[in-house]
Design a protein around this ligand. Structure first.
Ligand code: NAP
Length: 336
């Protein structure tokens, strides 16, 4: 390692629980293992997924993440940073590279974090770190949802619960594909969604039975607990409902709903497909290109200095951010 720092101050949790339990602690600066790089973090964007891991919710995820508390105690999965050290066997990165990455399980609310080199994508100079960091999970999930529904030019697409991180990307990416986009959200977010390319915005409280029936090639459900049969009725024959988010039980989370979706789709011309998005560096590279070309505009609800990362976690925990929340690194010149 070429980094002189051996300890660092990171935002950490020792037990599952709310954001109020996340504090700054000294810890050893991680060392990159085989196939990994060490990143000096410039910006970290938060996701609903960070909240799920923070809370250990649903309980079914705990065997994978840690029984009493998360094995990775630092939240923050989406980062932009600079490569400062290479682990063994890393040949396709160089110290000094500016990259964007989705860190498995977290580590981003710290000055340094390790990342598998296979997940690191070069950051174009035209895309600042705080913009680039918004892309991996939220942009990647929106992209994969549209792929799963097969959204293409001329389709009509309904995005349910469109004002958050995933939703604001889904609206823009569907419009970029040439689809006619309809979106639901709270009334205060309607101008935002129209500005992002939604042809029609509807109130989030509109009962699903009062939404246009049989008109959509794709329905992307990001928020709300609409019944699966009602969602199916919104699609044209051959159309697809993609389940991205929404409520689930404390123990099994979305699993029972996913099983019901599979059953309702058997022999039906109105498919329901649950999405389990994964890190896809090729999609991240496409998203960075779109931003560099000025065709995709990540929506940032708020930016926080590193010292205020605990407030940022509390805000993402409320589930009411319109767009993305970004935390700047400690010494970031652009920190607000
Ligand atoms: N399936 C997957 O692979 C995958 C991947 C990533 C994320 N997700 C899930 O996708 C969902 C969105 O993630 P995110 O990171 O975009 O979250 P987020 O940024 O925290 O979303 C917050 C936004 O959601 C809106 N919202 C909350 N409840 C709503 C409701 N009932 N109806 C309409 N809008 C509502 C809020 O609007 P208001 O302020 O008006 O309430 C706010 O603008 C989460 O459930 C997350 O777990 C799934």
């Amino acid at each position: 390692m070429t980094v002189s720092t051996t300890t660092m101050t990171a935002w950490m949790q020792h037990r599952y629980g709310p954001a109020s339990g996340i504090r700054r602690h000294e810890r050893t600066t991680p060392e990159p293992r085989r196939g990994e790089v060490l990143l000096r973090i410039e910006a970290t964007a938060l996701n609903a997924g960070d909240v799920r891991i923070m809370l250990g919710d649903p309980l079914v995820v705990r065997p994978a993440f840690g029984l009493r508390g998360p094995r990775q105690p630092v939240r923050g999965m989406d980062v932009a940073g600079t490569v400062v050290a290479l682990g063994d066997g890393v040949t396709d990165a160089t110290v000094g590279d500016a990259v964007v990455a989705e860190l498995p399980g977290g580590g981003g609310l710290a000055p340094f974090a390790t990342a598998p080199v296979a997940r690191c994508v070069p950051r174009p100079e035209a895309v600042p770190p705080q913009i680039a960091a918004t892309l991996p999970i939220a942009g990647g999930t929106a992209w994969q949802a549209l792929d799963l529904a097969g959204v293409t030019e001329g389709n009509r697409v309904l995005i349910l619960g469109a004002s958050g991180g995933v939703g604001t990307f889904a609206v823009q990416l569907a419009a970029i594909r040439g689809a006619e986009v309809h979106a639901t959200s709270g009334e205060q977010h309607h101008p935002l969604l129209s500005g992002l390319g939604a042809a029609r915005v509807l109130d989030r409280n509109t009962p699903v039975d009062e939404l246009p029936h049989g008109e959509y090639d794709a329905v992307i459900q990001i928020a709300g607990g609409q019944s699966l049969r009602a969602l199916q009725r919104l699609t044209r024959p051959g159309g697809t409902v993609v389940l991205v988010g929404g409520d689930g039980g404390r123990v099994l989370g979305p699993i029972p709903r996913m099983l019901r979706a599979a059953l309702l789709s058997i022999g039906s011309r109105h498919r329901i497909r649950p999405l389990a998005a994964v890190a896809k560096p090729d999609i991240l590279a496409n998203l960075l290109d779109l931003v560099a070309q000025g065709r995709l505009h990540p929506v940032i609800a708020d930016e926080y200095a590193f010292e205020a990362a605990g407030e940022a976690m509390a805000r993402i925990e409320t589930g009411h951010a319109a767009g993305k929340l970004v935390v700047h690194a400690e010494d970031s010149p652009t920190a607000s």
